[in-house]
Design a protein around this ligand. Structure first.
Ligand code: NAI
Length: 217
């Protein structure tokens, strides 16, 4: 499949399509029209058609989409058809919570956890051992590490980011609330749960303000 330049907005919506289609697959749904998909996803049918047309459409006029095919193709576009090995650096509250979550479903296989706290040495989370940071370079040299999840305190994150680039890491899922300042050769995705909460706060307030205004009429 030939891929055109895809807008960031479309790429951001793909995981959601992937998730909904995965649920449909689990419920043995074979075909779905863009209208039905739009009802479930609360996105307009034309938005769905436009989004999927970016990748060649996948659907046949009047027949809807083949759910399994579409799910697989979106998975391929997102790179989920290949398994990625992941390590976590920072085995505190967040690092351990993430380690306990099963990201294998979307192709991310956790192979190691690293920390500096000697009390964590040899402890396992979901069967995966926590190593000390002085083992990191050797580990990366002897294992294929595709993605690093970074859950260390802010003040350590930038330095670790530089080090990760130096030892050849190409993708960082960064939870530390700071920019990592690595070169463009490293793909960084920052995650800020706070931002999502702030958006919720905004929408919550807007809803209430609207309710109050309606009440006033
Ligand atoms: P925590 O203090 O429980 O865990 C941090 C861990 O990092 C500790 O186990 C510590 O020993 C380890 N660590 C410290 N320096 C290290 C180094 N140089 N190398 C390896 N490990 C090192 O903190 P928590 O609550 O787990 O938060 C971790 C990070 O995630 C913080 O930066 C926090 O601000 C951030 N965070 C981000 C969220 C988000 O939405 N992006 C949400 C919650 C936390």
């Amino acid at each position: 499949m030939k891929q055109r330049e895809i807008s960031a907005a479309v790429i951001r919506r793909l995981p959601r399509y992937y998730r909904y289609l995965g649920e449909l697959l689990q419920n043995d749904v074979v075909r779905i029209s863009s209208k039905e998909l739009s009802n479930r996803m609360r996105v307009t049918a034309s938005q769905i058609r436009q989004d999927l047309n970016n990748f060649g459409g996948f659907g046949q006029q009047g027949y809807g989409y083949n759910v399994e095919y579409l799910h697989n193709e979106i998975g391929k576009i997102l790179g989920l058809d290949v398994q990625h090995n992941m390590i976590i650096i920072g085995a505190g509250n967040l690092g351990q919570a993430l380690a306990n979550y099963n990201f294998e479903k979307v192709g991310f296989h956790l192979i190691g956890i690293f920390d500096t706290n000697p009390r964590l040495k040899g402890v396992s989370v979901r069967g995966i051992e926590i190593y000390m940071m002085d083992m990191l370079d050797e580990f990366v040299a002897t294992h294929q590490v595709d993605v690093v999840t970074l859950t260390v305190p802010k003040r350590q994150a930038v330095e670790i980011g530089h080090h990760l680039e130096k030892i050849g890491i190409k993708a960082i899922w960064n939870f530390a609330p700071t920019d990592l300042n690595v070169s463009e050769n490293v793909c960084v995705k920052n995650v800020h749960l706070n931002e999502s909460l702030m958006t919720l706060s905004y929408e919550y307030r807007a809803m209430h303000t609207q309710g109050e205004e309606n009440g006033r009429d």
